[in-house]
Structures are given as structure tokens and as C-alpha cells.
Design a protein around this ligand. Structure first.
Ligand SMILES: CC(C)(COP(=O)(O)OP(=O)(O)OC[C@H]1O[C@@H](n2cnc3c(N)ncnc32)[C@H](O)[C@@H]1OP(=O)(O)O)[C@@H](O)C(=O)NCCC(=O)NCCS
Length: 274
């Protein structure tokens, strides 16, 4: 089966494998509930929690059974082993990322510096409107080809809440060369509601290591603090992904050793994203 056969988008805004689209559809359908429930996180690709005890382990188990994935966000590092054993009891495992974050002012200063140093000739591009599905599908396709599980168009376009999508294109043919995205996953019940999450950062393989990752990420972060009013912005990466960590730090965020974020899945399931 070729890549195009299982990585497809469609006019309902969903994108990816059948399993990914099913999860996106369930998450979109639950969006209002996730925004209203203490301890819940609207993680776009799946449901999530930033307070498992408050959200409820019954609910977590049910989501894992019905949907096959849930994300744990901003988990105190000392609580990670407990969560791992609790998940093991129900036949699930969790893959953790490291969390980077920073306050608005540091991000502004670092991003201004980075944007001032950008030397590429790429051109920013934007959709004609929130229902420009052709644009969002190109973005989703590009992100998926870079190995990152894409988001539904409804989230990328801001229909599910304030969002900032940065896209850089090649002036020669209009092809997408880089993407980054920011939005608010946390709800008003928790301590992180004014923190935006940024990610979906990808640079075309042929154009890497030229500062484009830093530029596109800085564009999304700048929009998160200036246009969306984020007080802090966070990003996730594995510390083994050196380019990603370095890019995030160049944009004014710092590694948080006190918290981690991860995706829980049934044992043996294919890793969800990079
Ligand atoms: C991560 C990614 C977006 C970086 O884009 P990029 O355009 O190559 O990054 P930049 O050129 O802006 O480089 C950013 C920093 O990382 C460093 N870097 C880049 N590639 C690197 C590599 N392979 N190993 C180590 N450091 C690297 C650069 O030197 C630079 O640091 P510096 O400012 O100290 O010199 C790109 O590698 C990518 O698309 N990867 C696949 C998708 C992915 O992993 N996304 C992140 C998910 S969390």
C-alpha cells in the first residue's frame, strides 16, 4: 500500500490513516466537553488530561478502550512512574516527550532576534478563509510527509478556538517549504489555560539546516503571544531530536525538567507521532 493510499485527506477536514481520522472525529465531537471538563485537554488529535485524578481514571480507561489513545499533559515528573504502572495494569504504555516553555517577553525578544536574522527567500502563505480546505489539505499532507501526525482542518483554521498557522512557501512554485502552528489546548479549569501550545513544525527535507525551522517556529510563536494573547507558550520534543530542541531554545523557550507530556496507547500500538 502506497503512502497516498493511507494518508488521505477529505472535505470533512480530517486527515491521516483511518484510525487517525476516527480519533480526530471523536475528539472534534467531544471538543466542547473537553473545554468544559476539569482536568480535560483538547489535544486536537485526541483527548487529553492535565489532571488525571480530577478527570477520572474510569474516563481515561474508557477513552483508551474506545479510542486507543489519550495524551497526558504537564505531568509532574515525579508522578510519571505512577502513571506508567497504572497504565501497565490495563495493558497500556506511555511515550513521554520533554516540555519546553517560556513567558511572553522572552519569546518576543528571542523571536524578534531570530526573525531579524532570517536569510531565506520563502514567502508566507495563508488560507483564503476557514473553509479553504484545499489549503489546509496541502498543509496536512506536508506535515504528514515530515512524519508528524496532522491536525484536523477545523483546528488549523481556528474554528475550534483561537489558532495561528505559519506557512512558508517557495516563491518559484508556491510549494510549502515549512509549517508551524499554535493554539490553546488547556481549559479554564486548570492552571495552564493562558498557555498556548506550539508544534507541527516541519521543514522540507531539502531545505533543512538553513534557519528555516527557527523562522517558521518564531512566526507561529510571535502570533501566539501577539495575536492570540498567550501568556506563555510551550512546545514538546524528544531530547534526542536535537534539531527540534535547538530550534525551540533559539525561540526563547527552556527545557522544563519538572513536567513531562506523553501519549498513552495500548501496548504494541504503533507510535503515534514523532
Ligand atoms: C526540526 C526541524 C523543523 C528543524 O528545521 P531546520 O530548518 O532544519 O532547523 P534550523 O536550520 O532552523 O536549525 C535549528 C537549530 O538546530 C540545529 N540543527 C539543525 N539540524 C540539526 C541536526 N540534524 N542535528 C543537530 N542540530 C541541528 C541548527 O544548527 C540550529 O541550531 P543553531 O541555531 O545553534 O545553529 C526539521 O529538522 C524537521 O522538519 N524535522 C522533521 C519534523 C520534526 O521532527 N519536527 C519537530 C517535531 S517536535
Amino acid at each position: 500500500m502506497g503512502e497516498r493510499d493511507h494518508m488521505t485527506g477529505n472535505m470533512n477536514g480530517l486527515y491521516g490513516s483511518a484510525a487517525q481520522q476516527k480519533l480526530q472525529a471523536a475528539t472534534l465531537a467531544a471538543a466542547d466537553r473537553l473545554r468544559d471538563t476539569p482536568g480535560a485537554v483538547f489535544a486536537a488529535r485526541m483527548a487529553g488530561t492535565d489532571d488525571p485524578d480530577h478527570f477520572g481514571w474510569d474516563r481515561i480507561e474508557q477513552i483508551l478502550r474506545d479510542q486507543g489513545a489519550i495524551t497526558f499533559r504537564m505531568t509532574p515528573t515525579e508522578d510519571c512512574p505512577d502513571i506508567e504502572s497504572r497504565l501497565a495494569e490495563i495493558g497500556c504504555t506511555i511515550s513521554w516527550w520533554d516540555v519546553f516553555d517560556g513567558p511572553r517577553d522572552s519569546i518576543r525578544a528571542a523571536c524578534d532576534d531570530a526573525l531579524g536574522q532570517a536569510r531565506d527567500d520563502l514567502v508566507p502563505a495563508a488560507p483564503s478563509g476557514p473553509d479553504d480546505f484545499a489549503f489546509f489539505e496541502k498543509v496536512q499532507d506536508f506535515i504528514a510527509r515530515c512524519g508528524i501526525a496532522p491536525y484536523p482542518a477545523q483546528v488549523l483554521s481556528g474554528q475550534t478556538g483561537p489558532a495561528a498557522l505559519a506557512v512558508l512557501t517557495d516563491p518559484a512554485d508556491g510549494a510549502i517549504a515549512a509549517t508551524a502552528f499554535a493554539y490553546f489546548p488547556y481549559n479554564a479549569h486548570g492552571p495552564h489555560h493562558a498557555t498556548a501550545w506550539a508544534g507541527l513544525v516541519a521543514v522540507h527535507e531539502d531545505q533543512r539546516k538553513r534557519g528555516i525551522g527557527v523562522r517558521v517556529n518564531a512566526l507561529a510563536l510571535r502570533a501566539a503571544v501577539d495575536d492570540l494573547g498567550a501568556e506563555r507558550v510551550q512546545q514538546f520534543a524528544r531530547t534526542t531530536n536535537l534539531a527540534s530542541c535547538r530550534m525551540i531554545e533559539r525561540c526563547g523557550l527552556r527545557l522544563r525538567r519538572d513536567v513531562r507530556s506523553g501519549i498513552a496507547q495500548p501496548e504494541g500500538a504503533q507510535s503515534f507521532t514523532r
